[in-house]
Write a protein that binds this ligand. Structure first.
Ligand code: CO
Length: 134
């Protein structure tokens, strides 16, 4: 069912420092910061030859990653995103197998303006999983 690894998202306490680390030290192709108020984050996209890294920093008081950074003050891997061909079919299969889809279970447009869903980390070995319809 799952296809390519679309991205790994890393929550960071200092976006400029993290972008500089990826651009300078690691020599990656790094975007300018992109504010995404609808998602409560500012994102720096790191392009790798075979995938992407997204550096996430809280935007606004109700950011969904603020609590994560409170628990992980030096940052950490927040979620991984797999591509699926049909997000509704994927959701229905997961729910039929007793897996928990976060929120109301309806796909929302994610950071790339494509439909996404998040799956409960306890159902996937301690990892928050995002599915994106490619
Ligand atoms: Co993501």
């Amino acid at each position: 069912m799952i296809g390519r690894l679309n991205h790994v998202a890393i929550a960071v306490p200092d976006l400029e420092a993290a972008a500089a680390g990826y651009r300078g030290t690691l020599g990656a192709k790094v975007s300018d910061p992109v504010p995404q108020p609808a998602h409560g984050v500012t994102v720096v996209f790191v392009e790798l030859p075979n995938s992407k890294i997204e550096l996430l920093h809280p935007l606004g008081e109700t950011s969904p990653i603020r609590a994560f950074l409170d628990k992980n003050p030096s940052g950490g891997i927040h979620h991984i995103c797999y591509e699926v061909e049909d997000i509704i079919a994927a959701r229905d299969k997961l729910k039929a197998e007793g897996k928990r889809v976060l929120g109301d279970g309806e796909p929302k447009n994610g950071a790339h303006n494509k439909p996404v869903l998040f799956l409960h980390p306890k159902d996937f070995y301690g990892t928050l999983v995002e599915l994106e319809q490619a």
